[in-house]
Write a protein that binds this ligand. Sequence first.
Ligand code: CP
Ligand code: NVA
Length: 311
Amino acid sequence: MTTRHFLKDDDLTPEEQRELLEFAAAVKRPGWNRHSLAHNGTPRSVAVIFEKPSTRTRLSFQVGIAELGGNPVVIDSQSTQLGRGETIADTARVLSRYVDAIVIRTFADARITELAQHASVPVVNALTDGWHPCQLLADLMTVAEHKPLKGTAIAYVGDAAFNMGNSTVIACSTAGMHVRIGAPAGYQPAREVLDRAAEINRTTGGSVTVTADPVEAVTGADVVSTDSWVSMGMEDREQRLGELAPYQLSTDLLSHAADDAIVLHCLPAHRGEEITDEVMDGPHSRVFDQAENRLHAQKALLAWLVGGDRR
Ligand code: CP
Ligand code: NVA
């Protein structure tokens, strides 16, 4: 049997994504309390490894695994032999002897791909430079609490060429949404990401448009999302702040969206840069529901992937 991994958003088919989001909504309901990560009373262990900082991902995985009756083993790679150069392949082989799944946040996607190639247990992407698929499960879950996913228009403004932009394009296409990217040249999704989205959209009925005009992207949108302009590991801060300044999610930009539009941000927010206080704290914002939904969505994901529990 092949081991299922969740390395990027299109590792789930549209049908699987729909099922998982329905399961996540069930997990969130009061009274849902299953020990999907315990086997005959013994907790299954999940390693959660960080090569970059984290608040939400670290806490939501640790709490979620414990709530599922599992044993979370949360570590920073610098405190392991990974930090002294042990190969990712050897690490994968060793961890597979101890734990039932490996969740990892790292830099290049090649690193998580190699880990998955050498692991005999499921590997979950907790953010790489290229993708943030667990975040998008929470984002879609949050949208679904307000609107049907299929046919809903999401505008994503700012840096669309990194993990959150890529995952938004692919996960929302998988859900049959209409994605409008508002980003300047150099910050737009790569051709291969857009090509993959077009392939997915042929079956889901979704679409992706890309414009350098933030107002055009946001006009009439049902959901408006953004992310930090300087992601972890980036160094050209001043240049990026200058080039992305016209894409700030402000009350003025949001005024072009649908009257009942909701605002998403994966957090951490850099208030006053990519989003204003007024929008973050305003009536359209769902960013803290979105952060909470990381917990429910990841519980559903692990119960599904590791515990074989789908309802
Ligand atoms: N959104 C998100 O992944 O947050 P953290 O970096 O705090 O985990
Ligand atoms: N794009 C951001 C997301 C943080 C959750 C980063 O990679 O730093």
